[in-house]
Every structure is written in C-alpha cells, then in structure tokens.
Design a protein around this ligand. Structure first.
Ligand SMILES: NC(=O)c1ccc[n+]([C@@H]2O[C@H](COP(=O)([O-])OP(=O)(O)OC[C@H]3O[C@@H](n4cnc5c(N)ncnc54)[C@H](O)[C@@H]3O)[C@@H](O)[C@H]2O)c1
Length: 253
C-alpha cells in the first residue's frame, strides 16, 4: 500500500460516465481517489466527494499529451506516494456527424489520435506505476476495453476496435509478467452503456442496440463500475489476465 494505510486509486476519464461511476464507488469504499480527466469538471466532483467526507484529488490532464501524462504521474507520486489501483478508463470513439468513420474515409490522424488516448496513454500509465505496485507486492490494473474488441461491431470504427483489442493484448502480457508480484491486470469490456460517449451515436442506432441486446436494454455506468470495483478488491486477487464482459448478453464468448 502507499504511504498511508488508505489505498490510492487513479481513475482516468473520471469526469463522466463509467469513470465517474467508478470513482464514486471507490470513494464510498473510503479509498483515496484521484480523478484524472481533461475536463475541469473533476475539480467540482472532487470537492463534492470531500464534502461527503471522502478523500479525493482532482487532476486535469490531456492523456493525448505525453508531457501531461508525465506531470500528472509525478503529481500522483508526490502527493500520495504512488498508486495501488490504476483504472485506465478514459477512451474516445470519434465519429463524423454521429456516424462511424469507415475504413476508407479514416485518416492516419484519426487512427493515431484514437490510439494515443485508448492505448498509448494506458501503456504509459501502467509503466509509470507498475514499479511501485511491484515493490509493495500489491497492485491492481483495470483497463476498460470494449465489446468491439471481443467481436465484430458494426457501430465501431476500425481504429476504435483495434485500439481496444490492443488494450486486451497489453493487459494479458502485464498480467503474466507481474502475477508473481501480487499485481493483477484485467479488462472489463462493456457493451452499449448509456453514457455521454454513447450519446454521440445516432439515437436510432442506440435504440437498435438496445433492441438487439439479449437483455433488451443499454447498460448503466454503475453496472460497469461494479465489475471494476470487484477486480480491484482483495477478493479478486487470483483473477488476472481476464476480460469481464459487461454487455447484457451482447457477446457471449
Ligand atoms: N459507453 C459505452 O457504450 C462504452 C462501450 C464500450 C466501451 N466503453 C469505454 O468505456 C470508457 C469510458 O467511456 P464512457 O462511455 O464513460 O465515456 P464518456 O465520454 O462519458 O467519458 C469519458 C471521459 O474520458 C475523458 N477523456 C477523453 N479523452 C481524454 C483525454 N485525452 N485525456 C483525459 N481525459 C479524457 C472525457 O473527458 C470523459 O470525461 C471508454 O474507454 C470507452 O471506450 C464505453
């Protein structure tokens, strides 16, 4: 554990959707929660947590910028001594006019932007914090991938599916390499979840996604957060390299 007896959890993309729901669960568990986002909104959320008697810290950083990742990681180390639980949740799925960008229309810039945030930033953050976890012989890495990396999705861009599949590969490698040090690395793979990200899709597409999901509805951010919370717990200490599908039966592997 870090300098205090309280575990420190870093949640990226904590200003919205799944990240915010996850941060709320960890705060309620009385962990020290670091809310990282490019949105200034994390300040108000951290303040709200503090007012509720929870321990929270807001960090504004753009995960598309390597220097900002470096600075944010140093701040976490200086202010908390390290990070016991890393939740790489921030992710993007840019569309054009609400429509998925086709392979033929995808520019190299589209591709690289998605990879930078969905895969390179988690790689850099894992690299920053793995040493501390290894030294403390306890750590949890939870990477938020997607159903679009588990099976074909007509709604997902090629860049998005590929970056999220890369995240699974990276997680499995880390899981094997660090299992002997008390560190687990796992993924959660949400199906269509009702969040601001999902609302960038055409409403008709979303309605169809709900209809074609065996559960007959979209998921909630908290339903994903609860799986992340479980993977971060001591109870999940023997689970590593796994992908938990949270998708209402939308993909059954
Ligand atoms: N919502 C879904 O249906 C769904 C499905 C599968 C996977 N996911 C994945 O779940 C994760 C969370 O998605 P969500 O639906 O909660 O999205 P969201 O858009 O509601 O929240 C994402 C958060 O990440 C932050 N963020 C984005 N880019 C950033 C950057 N460069 N630097 C720092 N912060 C950044 C945003 O500001 C936002 O607060 C993503 O990785 C997404 O790919 C979501």
């Amino acid at each position: 554990m870090s300098s205090s007896t309280q575990r420190v959890v870093l949640v990226t993309g904590a200003a919205s959707g799944i990240g915010l729901a996850t941060a709320r669960r960890f705060a309620a568990d009385h962990l020290k929660v670091i809310l990282l986002d490019r949105s200034e909104g994390v300040h108000a959320i951290a303040k709200e947590f503090e007012q509720q008697g929870f321990n929270a810290l807001a960090l504004v950083a753009d995960l598309g910028d390597v220097e900002q990742i470096q600075r944010a990681s140093e701040t976490v180390k200086t202010m908390t001594g390290g990070c016991d639980i890393l939740v790489n949740n921030a992710g993007i799925h840019p569309k054009r006019n609400g429509i998925t960008i086709s392979l033929e229309e995808m520019t190299l810039e589209d591709w690289e932007t998605v990879f930078r945030i969905n895969l390179t930033a988690p790689f850099l953050l894992c690299q920053k914090f793995i040493g501390g976890m290894k030294a403390r012989q306890w750590g949890r890495i939870i990477n938020v991938t997607s159903r679009a990396a588990r099976t074909y999705s007509d709604r997902a861009g090629t860049h998005y599916s590929a970056s999220k599949a890369g995240l699974i590969g990276m997680t499995r490698k880390i899981a094997g390499d660090y299992a002997a040090f008390g560190v687990t690395a796992n993924c959660v793979a949400p199906g269509q979840i009702e969040t601001p990200l999902a609302r960038t899709s055409d409403p008709k597409v979303l309605a169809n996604a709900a209809k074609t999901t065996p559960a007959g509805r979209l998921g909630t951010a908290d339903e994903v957060a609860s799986s992340i919370q479980y993977l971060a717990s001591d109870a999940a200490g023997f689970i590593t390299g796994a992908v938990i599908d949270v998708n209402g039966g939308g993909f059954i592997g």
